[in-house]
Design a protein around this ligand. Structure first.
Ligand code: ASP
Length: 425
């Protein structure tokens, strides 16, 4: 996508990251000077505006994305078995990817050994949350903090609570059927509207990333850069492992399809996912590959893949869980078991709430950080590498959708006739 200055957004982000690094290095030459202080003030202002807009859109985006996603189970009761299988498979693969993400972040100790001071002020505001969440009381906290008045949840930015409310609304729309058609249309339009706003905010991304990166480099120990590179390598490696080993193994066991057939039949969709970083943009190709090359029945592919491009995101879940641990490690915090479970739950919900567009995971990452008391501002560390990591995680997201369609197709085939009747009804 070209923009008004004739460069694609990706090129602008790359250029901005380079300028940010250069400017940050320049600032390091003049510590404590007027130039330094004023520049930091301006950079803080610019990055504050960018992150502020991201935070502003988080709740509407997650809410509308989940309502629309769940409401698309429209034919839910007609297709009982199909949608139950779809949800179950998505849940299993996403849980595995989350565990893998956390495990690898632990094994490679991503971000350990540094104590990043830049977010100390933001951190202090969150400190009580971090202290109060011990392993035994997290369930009680979870219930008390999430089952609350939705309007309070909206105004407090309590995303978990918003997610639960959105799921309930989505389910009610499914069960209410035609009675709530106008609310369903309204939700879809509201979602489209929020997506438009997100695309506007993304236009600010180059400037925001420049400011965040320059500030980080000017004020922090430069070894943070090598930690970020290490993290990027670990996440990319783990995501590729999930896509190349875990998912094909599950496909082989449960879908009775060889990985070779799968990759050969889906390569067009996978390459497109890599190039566009968008499961939604890739969806028509995923559908075509699943139907024509993997032999998934059109009615199954037509149900599982659009739903999956909204809700089933293994790559995003893996990334968000690992990234939360990385940020906590960078700040010298040890997340205990209860907090890690919260990270997993929130990362799963965050990936449900992330629409299939480039960098959506970056917006919903804020909720994962906040769930364990880490400041939203910490995404500054992740933003510069997000566009690169997004390519690989989108490939795995799309792969997961097609894989689930094969498995669901196989398990519902015995009911073919009954299913056909239900589809036609
Ligand atoms: N770009 C991803 C997708 O479209 C979502 C994300 O940002 O993680 O699947």
């Amino acid at each position: 996508m070209k923009t008004w200055i004739g460069m694609s957004l990706n090129t602008q982000i790359l250029l901005a990251a380079l300028i940010g690094i250069f400017f940050g290095l320049l600032l390091r030459l003049y510590p404590d000077s007027v130039f330094f202080n004023q520049s930091i003030y301006v950079l803080t202002l610019i990055s504050g505006i960018f992150i502020g807009f991201l935070k502003m859109l988080l709740v509407p985006l997650v809410f509308s994305s989940i309502v629309v996603g769940v409401a698309s189970l429209e034919s839910g009761h007609q297709l009982g078995k199909v949608w139950k299988f779809t949800l179950m498979c998505s849940f299993v693969t996403m849980s595995l990817s989350l565990c893998l993400g956390l495990m690898c972040a632990h094994i490679f100790e991503v971000g350990k050994g540094l104590d990043v001071a830049i977010f100390q002020t933001a951190m202090q505001q969150h400190q009580p949350d971090v202290q109060s969440l011990d392993a035994s009381s997290f369930l009680m906290n979870f219930v008390q903090n999430t089952l609350i008045n939705p309007f309070k949840a909206f105004s407090d930015g309590n995303v978990l609570s918003v997610v639960i409310f959105a799921m309930l609304i989505g389910l009610a729309l499914v069960y209410g059927g035609a009675r709530f058609q106008s609310i369903r249309n309204l939700s879809q339009e509201f979602f489209d509207l929020v997506m438009l706003l997100v695309s506007w905010v993304m236009k600010l991304a180059p400037l925001g990333i420049l400011a965040l990166l320059a500030k980080l480099i000017a004020k922090e120990d430069l070894s943070i850069l090598s930690r970020v590179a290490e993290f990027a390598a670990v996440v990319t490696g783990t995501t590729i492992f999930h896509g190349a080993i875990v998912l094909p193994l599950l496909l082989w066991i449960f879908g009775k399809m060889s990985p070779f057939t799968f990759f050969k039949g889906t390569r067009l969709a996978l390459i497109t996912a890599f190039a566009t970083s968008s499961s939604s943009a890739t969806m028509p190709l995923s559908l075509k590959c699943a139907q024509e090359n993997l032999g998934v029945r059109p009615q199954i592919a037509g149900f599982v893949i659009p739903l999956g491009s909204h809700l089933n995101m293994d790559g995003t879940a893996l990334y968000e869980a690992a990234a939360a641990l990385f940020v906590a490690n960078l700040m010298g915090l040890d997340l205990h078991l209860g907090q890690q479970i919260i990270v997993c739950l929130t990362a799963m919900i965050a990936s449900l709430g992330a629409p299939g567009i480039p960098s959506a995971g970056m917006v919903t990452m804020i909720m994962v950080l906040q769930s364990v008391g880490l400041p939203a501002e910490a995404i500054a560390i992740l933003l510069p590498i997000d566009r690169i990591l997004d390519t690989v995680r989108t490939v795995v997201n799309v792969q997961g959708d097609m894989m689930v369609s094969v498995v669901v197709d196989r398990y519902t085939r015995t009911d073919e006739n009954a299913l056909q009747v239900r589809f036609d009804s």
